[in-house]
Structures are given as C-alpha cells and as structure tokens.
Design a protein around this ligand. Sequence first.
Ligand code: F6R
Length: 628
Amino acid sequence: MCGIVGYIGFRDAYPVLIKGLHRLEYRGYDSAGCALVSRTSELNVYKAKGKVSDLERATQGKDITGSLGIAHTRWATHGAPSEVNAHPHISKSGNITLVHNGIIENYATLRVQLEKRGFVFKSQTDTEVLVQLIEFQKELRHCDLAEAVRRSLHLVIGAYAIAVIDKENPTQLVAARKASPLAIGIGEDYKEFFLASDASPIAEYTNQIVYLNDDEVAVVERGKNLHVMNLYGEDKEAEVKEVDVDLSMLDKGGFPHFMLKEIFDQPNVLRDCMRGRIINNVYSSESGQAHEPTLDVVLSAVKDHRRELLRARRIVIVSCGTSWHAGLIGKQLIEHFCQIPTEVAYASEFRYADPVVEQDDVVIAISQSGETADTLAAIQLAKEKGAFVYGIVNAVGSSIARNTDTGTYIHVGPEIGVASTKAFTGQVTVLTLFALALGMYKGTVDQQEYQDVLEELTNIPNKIQEVLKQNDKIQELSKKYTNSSNFLYLGRGFNYPVALEGALKLKEISYIHAEGYPAAEMKHGPIALIDKDMPVVFLTNHHRRYQKVISNLQEVISRHGQILAIIHEGDDQVKQMVETYIEVPQTLSCLAPLISVIPLQLLSYHIAVARGLNVDQPRNLAKSVTVE
Ligand code: F6R
C-alpha cells in the first residue's frame, strides 16, 4: 500500500507533491512526508504523523522551494505510525533520501550487516535499510546513484516501488519497481517528469505515461530523456501509453464523501461499463436482411480468445474482499450460462495452497485496483502452471491488467472511497456479460433467456436510480442501528454473496461486527445468536425459490430477530411479516445482486456517518493492498 509521488522539472515541486499525495491518500493515511532539494541546494525533509493535511501544517513557514522532490503517504507495515517511521528516509550522510511502497522482506538481515559497518538506524521500518544500503553501495563502488540503486536491489528480497534523490546530484531522480506499481508521466518536450503510484496525481499535467515493469530502474534527468534499464544495467524500451483519466471523477462532486458519490455514480458508470458491449442487432448475419431487433453481447476478449475459453474444463476465479464476493456471483452466472464447473478462491489462499491447475483451466482474476499483491501472485502461479488467465479489472494499465493473457475493463472510473461500491456492481455486470458471451459460443444459453437478461441488464441503471431515491429513508432508518454492536446479513442463491458484501461494508466503515450467512444455514448453528437485540438484514428479493426464503425468514421472526428486509416491489407477503423493509424494483434473479447491494451500501454508509467515523478512510485499511 502507501502512495509515492515524485517530481523533477521547472515548476515548484511542493504543490505537485502535496496534490499528488491527496490523490493517493486512499492508499494509506497514517503519516506523510516529503523531501525537496531547495533553490539553495539544501535537502529539506518534512514529516508528520497523520494525514497529508497534517504534513501541510507541518511545512507552514518552512522552506518548500525547489523543483526536485519526492513524497509519501504511509500505510504502516513495519513500525507503528509515527513521525520517525514516516517516509522519506534519509541515508547516514544526509545526502540520499528515499520513499518506498512495498515490503523489504530480508530487511532484518541487511540491517544487521549494515549496523556492523557503522550504519545507525533511527526508525523501525524496512525502508530505512534500503536507503542506507544504497549509500553503502555508492561509497563502496564509487558509482552514481542509479548504479548504487541497481546494485542494492540485487541484494533485496521483497516488493518495492521507490523514488530516490541525491542532494549531490539534484538534476536526477531514480525510480525502480518490483511488484508494486509505479507510473512515470512525461511532460511536454521532456522538460518535466512526474512519478506516482498510479496515474491520478499525474493526469492533470500529462497523459503520456510509462508504467515501469518489474525489475526495471528508471533514471529521470531534468530536461533529458527517460532512461529505463533492467537490474543488470541493460537498456529497456520505455513504452509510452496515452492514459486519459477523467479528472472530475477524482473529486467529490458536491457529495460529503467519495463513498456516497461513488454509490450515486453507479447508474452512470454501469451505462459506461455496458456501452458498446450490448448492441442492437437489426440485420441477420446470414441473409443481410433486416429483422426484429435482438440484443447481443460484444466482448472482444471473449471473441478473440474463445478457443482458449471454450477449452476450459474448469474455471477458477481468484480475487480478494469485495472482488471475491463478485467472484461468487460470477461462479453462479458461469455455471448457469456456460455449464463450466467454476471455483472461487481467495487469492491469498490460492497462491500458497499448491492448487491443482491444469493446462486447460481458465483462471479469472478480478480486481478493482489491479494491484492487489495476492491476486498478482495467484495470476503468476496460474500462468506458471499453464492456465489461461483472464482479468476483470478497473484500473487501466494496472499490473494485473498487464499480467493477464486478456481481459475486460469494468470502466467505472477511479474508485477513491476505501470501501468498494461501484467496482462491485461493475464487476458483476462484466461477469454477466462474460457468462452470456461465452455461453453463446458454447451453445449452452437459452436464446430467450439471453435476450431477457440482456434487455433487463440495460434497465438496471434506471432501477438503481430508483433505489437511490430512497437515500433519505435509508438514512432515517439507519439511526436505529447507530449503537448496534452486531449484525447478521442473510440471503440465498445470488443474494448470498450480497449478504457477505453487506456485512463487509458495515464492518469496514462502521467497525460493527457483522456476518453474512446463507439464510438456510442459520439453523445449523448461528440461529442461536438471534434475539430481540440482533439486527438481521434479510434479502428476500428475487429468489427463484422464494417460498424457501420466506420459511427462513419465518425462522428468524419466531426468534424475535430485529429484521430489516430487502424486498422486491409489491411483495405484500413479506410486508405483512416484518415492520421494517426497503422495497427495490423487480428484476431477474441472476441480476438481483446489482439491485440489492445498493440499499446495503447506503445503510452502512449512513450508520458509519452517524457514528462519526471517517467513511472514506476507515482505520487500518488502505484501498490498494500491494503487500501480502
Ligand atoms: C472492500 C474492499 C476490499 C477490496 C480488496 C480487493 O470494500 O475494497 O475488500 O475489494 O482489497 O481489492 P482489489 O479489487 O483492488 O483487488
């Protein structure tokens, strides 16, 4: 996790760095710092425990001049959040300073070796070892900074994206990456360069971006070209990509929090996600004659790779957190429409489980950030075992997008709130399209059902809009739960993963313990938890075995659980059974998650706000989990 930013060029670095840190604060926010080489060639390093705004306060009245600088916002791994553990870390001589995102796994061994050579450490971090090691290599080999960095990285085990500057050579900035993301923006005529953990801090200055690959070192010289090499000093080609980020997506657009904005973004971004992928066919491909319009899915990755996909005797979905919940829905969609056995694995378990993966297996990796370390490692393992890997990713150009064999972007725009909302519905939408497209090629989808699902999918954004109109009602209702300390979320079939997702949303932003459960499993143990003080969110909407769900509901009512039911419009049966309910529009059972998750997102949001918590930056969390 952690976010890093760097700048070298002709303008003042400080405002670029601070703005960049604000954009990256979703990656970590327990402390922040920056280092600037001033107009008078001094190296000024400022740090603060807390948020980027605390760093801004700490720099008031200080020398913040200079057009070369690096900065960092931290999510602590080694060493508690504190000023001394905040980055940038400085070498013994005070000349070299470095920011780092990742983990140096062999830092303890390296630290002992360096201590023996007289290096003294101030912090408890793994990162400080790296800056001292670079200085040691520079002295030992009488080399420049880039070579010292390169040599040091040969000795390091772990993950890193680093930016390093040397006061003795203020025309140069050196960066490197392995398993943690790093983007380099190239300004007009190579007069300035921007470095960051993702494109968001760079986007307003340039859309010309180079994503460093693993084991690459970049040397950026003021006014000169960008030089990329591997760890052996061999030149590598820097592939410049045009990356356009919608800047309006990077602010709150009048909403009090990113999370609420992103919940409300869903109708529009799902339209974007489907745009060009569901088409109206009016001509028969065989006769060329016009006929009754029919809908069709166009997913170029499925079309181009249908041979590999159709060969699959099994599909394994790997992902984490909310993306894993989307994967559970994907499994049901793929098994239903494609008749291919599908498993869903936590990427963190899969990578170390010695999984049986065969050549004809297809692995689908789902990730919003495209940088989750466990998912990346699972992809690597699957590829080594010969599987074909398909990515479903939001962040364009991210590591997962680049490391999969093919894939589909969900195109829901940057998600900044730490709690994932629009990415979940985007992932479920793409999984639906994927299953329909593959099922069509495989001949396992019923034509009528294909048409019905596609038609209903195009109605989903409007239906979500209908649910969003109930925001005030949900806010009012949430007051009842402000002081609750436990919650149960129950659902069956397509709504079971939604129950898990609802519980996760509540846990992560309101710190209330919550569990999602398949409703019918209750009677095998958890029903013992039910009493009048236990809030139970019950998803009764749109189930193919509706009466079975109603029986499970009855079981909770009989034990006096405090029920909040999510029901579909016109469900008078449940209305007569429970006092508290939220009505959502009717839809097909397989699309229910796209609708039923919305009230749960709003509920957790309002409960957290009512508890006075920082919804966008909940404690202990970070948006992009780039450490394992
Ligand atoms: C929950 C949440 C996390 C992520 C998980 C995977 O709201 O955001 O559980 O879903 O860390 O992240 P990605 O999808 O970026 O791989």
